[in-house]
Design a protein around this ligand. Structure first.
Ligand SMILES: [Zn+2]
Length: 202
């Protein structure tokens, strides 16, 4: 049986591990990289090397190239309102709507016991600490997480916890303008913006 040269096969294997890339696509990408000029791979290497400098913001857990991300570093945002999201790519989505001017908190997942995703694996404890630590400054938490089984379980968990931690905080969720079970990552800016404006108290 024919095999690709060892180093090329290694590249194909690595590329095929990327999310959403099947074996055929991995071959195409690997062969494309192989055929490019050495400067291309050098540059690529440098970019990959730079990934280790990307870290999580110590405040909101968004991706950041320093201790504090660029959004937390802006001090003219609305401190009364915080938007809770599942993952860093959701920040870009919400920012693009232009309908939210507060700060964020990224959970890094949703509660899903079947996948061993428990509340303690998420940044929920840190969220509680932030809300409590704000001494009443934070008036509303928008849980901009999906209307799915996992999203509902997570929202319920947080809202119950907040009753203990910070009873006065209003907890809202996005309006269900988004089709049930659909992902906010794939919503368009207008729809998501509308869902933020029409958010409902839990
Ligand atoms: Zn931050």
């Amino acid at each position: 049986m024919y095999n690709y040269p060892y180093k090329l096969q290694k590249l194909i294997n690595e590329v095929s591990r990327l999310p959403g890339i099947g074996p055929k696509m991995a071959e195409r990408i690997a062969l494309y990289i192989m055929k490019r000029e050495p400067e291309y791979t050098e540059n690529f290497k440098e970019i990959l090397d730079g990934v280790k400098d990307i870290t999580l913001c110590t405040r909101c857990f968004n991706v950041s190239d320093g201790n504090i991300c660029s959004i937390c570093a802006e001090d003219n945002r609305d401190r009364l309102i915080m938007c809770v999201l599942e993952s860093p790519e959701d920040v870009v989505m919400v920012e693009r709507t232009g309908k939210f001017k507060g700060y964020y908190h990224i959970l890094h997942g949703l509660i899903n016991p079947l996948n061993n995703m428990l509340a303690e694996n998420l940044r929920i404890r840190e969220l509680c600490d932030r809300v409590k630590g704000s001494n009443g400054e934070i008036k509303e938490l928008i849980l901009a997480i999906n209307h799915t089984v996992e999203g509902d379980a997570t929202a319920l968990y947080i809202s119950e916890l907040m009753k203990e931690y910070a009873a006065g905080v209003k907890i809202t969720r996005l309006a269900k303008g988004l089709p049930t079970g659909s992902d906010i990552k794939y919503a368009d800016e207008i729809t998501l913006g509308q869902a933020i404006v029409e958010r409902k108290e839990m």
